[in-house]
Structures are given as C-alpha cells and as structure tokens.
Design a protein around this ligand. Structure first.
Ligand code: ADP
Ligand code: MG
Length: 276
C-alpha cells in the first residue's frame, strides 16, 4: 500500500476541497481570455471529466491546476495551498506535447516520479526502486520496464504515466486527453486503473472529446468554453441547450440508450481550431 508522504511545510488541509479555482482568468495574448472567470471545487476521490470544443481551454485549465501556468487573475489552491510545485500532483500532458523521441526507458519515466519526491541530489534507494516496480505492476506494465517510451502504443504510454503518478504518490491526477486515439480495450484498461485510483481516493481530472465516456464513466462533468458553462451530473450538464452553447450547430444529438444522449463529437469550432 502506498502511504501518502506529506511535506511538513505544505501540510494538507484534508477537510477542504482538493482543488479550488476561484474566478480564474487566463490570458495568453489578444483580447479573448483562454479561461474566463472559472470557479469550481473538486473533492477527494472524485473522477471528473472536462469536455468542450477545441480551444475551449481544457489544456489551459489542467496546466493551471498543475501549477505549470499561473492564472492572469483569480486564485487556485490544491489542498489549501498554491498549486505550483505541489508534490502531490501528477500531470500527464496531451500526447502531442510530449517528445516521444527522448531516449528514456519506461522504468526511467516512472523513476522520475520518485525523483520528484526524493530530490535530484539524492540517489534512488531500494524503496524507490520497489515503488517503481510496484507501480508498473499496478498498471500491468511490468513487461514494458526496459522498453523505450517512444516505442509504446498510446494506451501503454498512458498507463506508464499513471504508474509515474503512483510512484510519485500523487493524490491528484490531471490527464490531458488520455483516451484520445485509443481503441476500446485500451480505454477500458485505463478505466480499470482509474477504478484502482478511486479505491485510494485519488482525485482524477481528465479532459476528453468523448461526451459519451464523459457521461457514463465519470462522477461529474465540466462543460468548458472559456467559461465554465456547466458543472455537475450529466443530466444537468450535457443538456442539448448547454451543448449547443458549447459546440454550436455542428453538434449531432442522438437519442442514446437509457435516455442518455449519444453525441457525435465535433471538435472544431471555426476560428478557434488550434490543431492541438
Ligand atoms: P483545448 O485544450 O480545450 O483545446 P487550450 O487550453 O489548448 O484549449 O487553448 C485555449 C486557447 O488558448 C486557444 O485559443 C489556444 O489557441 C490558446 N492558447 C493555448 N496555449 C497557448 C499559448 N501557449 N500561447 C498562446 N495562446 C495559447
Ligand atoms: Mg487541449
């Protein structure tokens, strides 16, 4: 069992929200902000999907939560503290943002999660190596340990990044479109691992283009288009009205099984298409 490691100077407040965005605005350049006055709270052990068209600000929101990007205005806390440099945050970037040619093995990638914990100047000890092995086993990637990360399939890569977050003993996992481009069995394998994380009450925030998966496999959904259009249960969030607001007229709304909307994914929103 992985024990949470808590640095004394960033003692977590356990009774508050895990993630707290208060009036967060991000402006890169130009008049229109990428995130516009976004406020929400996430609670321990929740699994949340962020949906919204391309350019909606999903990746930006995840980077702000990870502490990689500072908001232009507003306040973000993770376990009651500023997000930047938080050791308990595991962040998995969008696949297109990773340099897959970087010559590094799977166990190196997972060990990086330990280095985040122990600091660069200390050698990885036996416990670190044990944790790397354990984490790889938990995502079913033991046999991949010595492979180059760039050789793996998309699903295997995502599993390895989850293993890194496990080795890091992350309590908040942020994943940017981990399901995109995966076949159904690979997606299923990711959800099995997410179930394991849920058992440990790790909070998981995932961006996705797949509205059906978002509705069926997550506790709550966030519908984003620069502003947070809706946040809550699928029946309240993924309504035809909200979806038209987010996706415009390109959306195909179909009657789905058990009353759920089965939705054709339209990812392009005219001028905002960023080919990400
Ligand atoms: P999503 O992940 O939902 O597709 P992003 O967060 O990537 O949305 O982008 C939101 C908006 O911010 C887009 O209009 C995008 O072009 C812009 N943007 C994203 N990253 C940058 C950046 N580094 N510099 C300037 N503009 C950016
Ligand atoms: Mg994105």
């Amino acid at each position: 069992m992985l024990k949470p490691f808590i640095r004394p100077h960033v003692a977590h407040s356990q009774d508050g929200p895990v993630v707290d965005f208060s009036h967060v605005t991000v402006r890169y350049e130009g008049a229109r902000p990428a995130l516009d006055d976004v406020s929400f709270q996430l609670w321990r052990g929740e699994r949340i999907a962020i949906v919204g068209p391309n350019g909606a600000g999903k990746s930006t929101l995840l980077k702000v939560a990870a502490g990689i990007l500072q908001p232009t205005s507003g306040r973000v806390t993770v376990y009651g503290h500023g997000a930047s440099g938080h050791i308990c945050i595991g962040y998995v970037p969008q696949r297109s943002q990773v340099d897959w040619k970087f010559p590094v093995t799977v166990s190196d990638v997972v060990l990086m999660g330990r280095i985040a914990r122990i600091g660069l100047l200390r050698h990885a000890g036996r416990r670190d190596r044990d944790l790397v092995r354990e984490s790889l086993a938990q995502v079913g990637a033991t046999n991949l340990a010595d492979r180059q990360i760039g050789e793996l399939s998309g699903g295997q890569q995502q599993r390895v990044f989850i293993a890194r977050a496990l080795a890091q003993e992350a309590e908040l996992l942020l994943m940017d479109e981990p399901l995109t481009g995966l076949d159904a069995p690979s997606q299923e394998a990711i959800f099995e691992i997410l179930d394991l994380l849920r058992g440990r009450r790790i909070t998981v925030l995932v961006s996705t283009h797949d509205l059906q998966l978002a509705a069926e496999r997550f506790d709550r959904q966030m519908l984003l288009k620069r502003k947070l259009l809706a946040f809550g249960q699928p029946g309240d969030v993924l309504t035809p009205e909200h979806l038209r607001l987010a996706y415009g007229t390109q959306l195909t709304v179909l009657p789905g099984p058990d009353g759920l909307l089965a939705l054709g994914d339209t990812c392009c929103d005219g001028d905002e298409h960023d080919h990400a």
